[in-house]
Design a protein around this ligand. Structure first.
Ligand code: GLN
Length: 230
């Protein structure tokens, strides 16, 4: 299995290293045609406006949207989560193009500025159920987004308390009243995390993502074997 990692900007090297740790080849993606040779795609963290501008220059948006629609696994971490969402709010300068697919509204800088970056222990029972180990995970949040709304097909994997009143003032009025926000989701072949698992030594999110591919593959084989069942 080869996993493409969008390599225009941000923490793509760290994802490739994390994949190598679990024996999987990560392939740097900079051109649309390179997506034909990979079974899954990771869109890393970084800066979503810059990443979107570079992706546009490389004509990658149509190919990435096509990749999402094939049902192959796609994982967006942080800026990558923003790009995968159907809707992003909290942009000061008009925003950026999105790939979309994930039925979520994401607030781009929900947790504040770079200085308000933090680490916190998240409860992720699904991760323990699927990959073993503790049901906690140390989330690294760097100028992180949060998911404010998620559609009915979106499974919430982790949420997180809004850290302080200080940060809450950044968020527009309604969302400002929230006590907890969603920080990890799955919708079929799509995975989104507001934090950076590739910056920790715990490989379970990468394994979880790869196993999503196996599940999707098995499901499509079952569909072929039993037409009309789905
Ligand atoms: N909030 C950032 C953005 O808008 C993302 C930060 C990150 O990827 N660490 O792009």
């Amino acid at each position: 299995m080869a996993v493409g990692v969008l390599a225009l900007q941000g923490s793509f090297n760290e994802h490739i290293t994390a994949l190598r740790r679990i024996g999987v080849k990560g392939v740097e993606i900079r051109k649309p045609e390179q997506l034909n040779n990979v079974d899954a795609l990771i869109i890393p963290g970084g800066e979503s406006t810059t990443m979107a501008k570079l992706a546009d220059c490389h004509n990658l948006f149509p190919a990435m949207r096509e990749f999402v629609s094939t049902g192959k696994p796609v994982w967006g971490t942080c800026a990558g989560l923003i790009l995968l969402a159907d809707k992003a709010v909290g942009q000061k300068l008009g925003g950026q193009e999105l790939i979309g697919g994930l039925d979520c509204t994401v607030h781009r800088n929900f947790f504040g500025s770079q200085l308000q970056s933090f680490e916190t222990v998240l409860s992720v029972p699904k991760l323990a159920e699927k990959e073993g180990g503790p049901d906690s995970f140390r989330g690294v949040f760097i100028r992180a987004p949060a998911i404010l709304e998620a559609g009915p097909d979106v499974e919430v994997l982790a949420d997180c308390p809004v850290p302080s009143d200080d940060v809450r003032t950044i968020v527009p009025t309604d969302e400002g009243k929230k006590e907890r926000v969603i920080v990890a989701v799955r919708q079929g072949n799509l995975l989104g995390t507001a934090f950076h698992p590739e910056l920790t030594s715990d490989s379970r999110w990468h394994s979880f993502f790869l196993n999503m591919g196996k599940e999707t593959g098995e499901r499509s084989l079952e569909c072929m074997a039993a037409p009309g069942r789905y």
